[in-house]
Ligand binder design. Structure first.
Ligand code: MOS
Length: 696
């Protein structure tokens, strides 16, 4: 770096904070649109079978109803498009899951659309369904690939022989339930066609990538699709690609020849937006009496839908966390008559590390060893799976720093001995991990004649602070104060850019922004610093720069600590305090980074104690589908949370030095709480969410 950094690393207040709190920030549903109409989906009341008839007459008789769409009359999507089968909305009479869209009503008012949808009569040919995940399901198959691109089965050494020989062993099964992604802003879209040009105002994690998908689905040029996602009220993976409501809005707008809006109700979120697959995970750890792992076996059983072979990377953290010479890690999936599961914050890693880090705690107990010491003893030199050196790995530093801050040394390791009145009190620790991804991105930097600069990048800010972080990166690269800079994000037409997913946004977009700004300064030198008439603009693209990244194993790490109290009489579980210590490269903005970690740790607490989608085997639906029945952590559940980011210099990552932080904070949090629960009570709960009656 040549420019002295002034902005990156400073706890800058959000540049869009004022717009957000004053209502000036525009979310997808809020764009003023002339002559807009509304679409409301009609959802399947069976879990498997086919639609035999849709009777639109009662709906069409209602005032304001414009049309009723079903698979017989909806505009055709490009059947060749490379898109998830879930997105071929109203293209077939097949019903693959309860709640799937089977028809839709478009009307001049929201109320008329909703009333119309209730009036549509749908007949079905019903087939028997199966929505329950079982470890002994005969249809279970090893996933060919999981969502991080790795194989469903990976083995090193001889995992069976090592298991047979291991002097100390832990063999346990852990389960995690269906967890619903619950962003504050439900999915919303306004779709507008102008001849063959489509504009969607979408609550969306990746406007450019969404435009690519929509152009494929509708069989139109990428340049004919604009996706606008200026502000987004959270996504957590669920808005990583357009989901069925976005496609429905575009289909409906096509059909009626006017703009169409949709905004899901909270209940519809549970029925139409993918969730985190439940898992049944068997973990076997074998170690010598010195605590060195000789073998790890981790098998995760998960579900997919009949439509899509989705498989979370639930065992991927296990592949590189610890220095075991022998390992077998497997993801198996069963095709069920369910909505396709999908990404939910740190997909795979979150449930996977609940199981692994609980098992490590159990091994520590079996060995009579401190769980932090056990982890340090199994710290690998290089990535144990790939053999590659780590670009940076500071798990041990996180564990040590956390132990010192949390007061770990005063802990009596004996479970069930901490008591405060009627409360049993215990503490627990777990490691956290997330891959450090970077995708190619482009960015445009422009010098204006008036001495100001404009930077454009197709990023999305889900509420993470991306707009602020990228402003900091651009200001530093240009060597100017933020007041001379205008940053534009949140549109597909700003250029090729990856989505706000996989915690890769800041590193990927930041790299392109940095590159564009520096190239612009060089270009300006040619003009001796005087901006030519009409301004000067430079486009940068990092596609070529990403090559060397493959030589190193790139990850972020953390240590999660929790103190839990359990009412000895009622079994009420409360978390007293949590501490997360993270090492994730250069922290561009400590203020917004801390918020990310606080949110993720809260989500981990919510996972540990509250969240469960209750599957109804009879109707094939979720029995709870609102916040009355599906509980997420509220303020009263959230204790004192502390976040510490270690200084980590990873000069190999990108010119900004940033790694991803959005997902790291949830990983391991539930295991730390579960381990603390065990320390408090002497009981082990291996099935989330933790409830006293589940201890075994
Ligand atoms: Mo995140 S689940 O990769 O958006």
């Amino acid at each position: 770096m040549t420019t002295v950094s002034r902005c990156v690393g400073a706890p800058m207040t959000r540049v869009d904070g004022l717009d957000k709190v004053t209502g000036a920030a525009r979310y997808a549903y809020e764009f003023p649109t002339q002559g807009v109409s509304y679409v409301w989906p009609v959802q399947a009341t069976i879990a498997r079978g086919r639609v035999t008839e849709v009777d639109p007459a009662p709906a069409l008789a209602l005032p304001g109803v414009l049309t009723v769409l079903d698979h017989t009359n909806a505009p055709r999507l490009n059947s060749e498009a490379e898109a998830s089968a879930d997105l071929f909305v109203l293209q077939s009479p097949q019903v693959a899951y309860h709640g799937q869209m089977v028809a839709a009503v478009v009307a001049t008012s929201l109320e008329a659309a909703r009333e119309g949808a209730a009036a549509v009569r749908v007949s079905y040919e019903r087939e028997p369904h199966d929505v329950v995940l079982r470890a002994d399901d005969e249809r279970l198959e090893i996933a060919e690939t999981v969502t991080d691109g790795s194989a469903g089965l990976v083995e090193r050494g001889d995992a069976d022989a090592a298991w047979a020989d291991a002097p100390v062993r832990v063999d346990q099964t852990y389960t995690t339930p269906v967890e619903h992604v619950s962003p504050m802003e439900p999915h919303a879209t306004i779709a507008v066609w102008d001849e063959d040009r489509l504009t969607v105002f979408n609550s969306d994690q990746g406007p450019y990538m969404s435009a690519q998908l929509l152009s494929a689905l509708f069989g139109i040029e990428l340049s004919a699709v604009e996706v606008v996602a200026e502000y987004i009220g959270g996504g957590f993976g669920s808005k990583g690609i357009p989901r069925s409501p976005t496609v429905l809005a575009a289909l409906a707008a096509r059909a009626v020849g006017r703009p169409v809006k949709i905004a899901l109700t909270r209940q519809q979120m549970f029925q139409l937006i993918p969730y985190r697959s439940p898992t049944i995970q068997r973990v076997r750890l074998g170690a010598g009496r010195d605590g060195r792992l000789t073998v790890i076996q981790h098998e995760s059983v998960q579900q997919r839908s009949a439509l899509v072979p989705f498989a979370d990377q639930t065992v991927s953290s296990t592949r590189m966390m610890y220095a075991a010479p022998n390992a077998r890690t497997t993801v198996k999936v069963a095709p069920l008559d369910v909505m396709t599961p999908a990404w939910f914050r740190a997909p795979g890693h979150t449930p996977g590390m609940f199981a692994l880090e609980s098992a490590v705690d159990e091994l520590a107990e079996a060995l009579g060893m401190d769980p932090i010491e056990l982890r340090i003893r199994n710290e690998p030199e290089n990535d144990p799976e790939s053999g590659k050196p780590f670009s940076s790995r500071n798990l041990v530093a996180c564990l040590r720093e956390g132990a010192a801050r949390f007061g770990w040394e005063h802990r009596d390791p004996t479970p069930g001995t901490g008591r405060e009145g009627r409360w049993l009190v215990g503490t627990g620790v777990a490691a956290s991990h997330h891959p450090d991804y970077t995708f190619p991105s482009s960015a445009v930097a422009r010098a204006e004649e008036d001495g100001t600069f404009r930077v454009r990048v197709g990023a999305a800010d889900l509420g993470t602070g991306a707009r602020t972080a990228l402003t900091q990166v651009a200001a530093d690269a240009l060597g100017i104060p933020v007041s001379r800079l205008r940053l534009e994000i949140g549109r597909a037409s700003l250029g090729m850019a990856p989505f706000a997913g996989g915690s890769l946004g800041t590193a990927s977009w930041g790299w392109a922004v940095d590159k564009a700004c520096r190239a612009l300064l060089k270009e300006l030198d040619v003009y001796a610093g005087v901006v030519p008439d009409g301004g000067l603009e430079v486009v940068a693209d990092t596609t070529e720069d990403l090559g060397q990244r493959a030589d190193l194993s790139r990850h972020t790490f953390g240590a999660q600590f929790a103190q839990v109290r359990v009412d000895a009489d009622t079994g009420e579980v409360r978390v007293d305090r949590m501490l997360g210590v993270f090492a994730a490269g250069r922290i561009v903005n400590p203020h917004t980074a801390r918020s990310q970690f606080l949110g993720a740790m809260t989500m981990g607490l919510s996972m540990a104690l509250l969240e469960i989608g209750e599957v109804d085997p009879v109707f094939g639906d979720f029995a709870n589908h609102d916040f009355a029945g599906y509980h997420i952590a509220a303020h009263a559940d959230v204790p004192r949370l502390d976040v510490v980011c270690l200084d980590e210099t990873d000069n190999t990552s990108n010119p900004v030095g940033a790694k991803g932080i959005g997902e790291l904070g949830i990983v391991g949090a539930a295991a730390a709480i579960g381990n603390a629960f065990h320390h408090a009570t002497g009981e082990r709960v291996r099935d989330l969410p933790i409830r006293i009656e589940r201890s075994r």
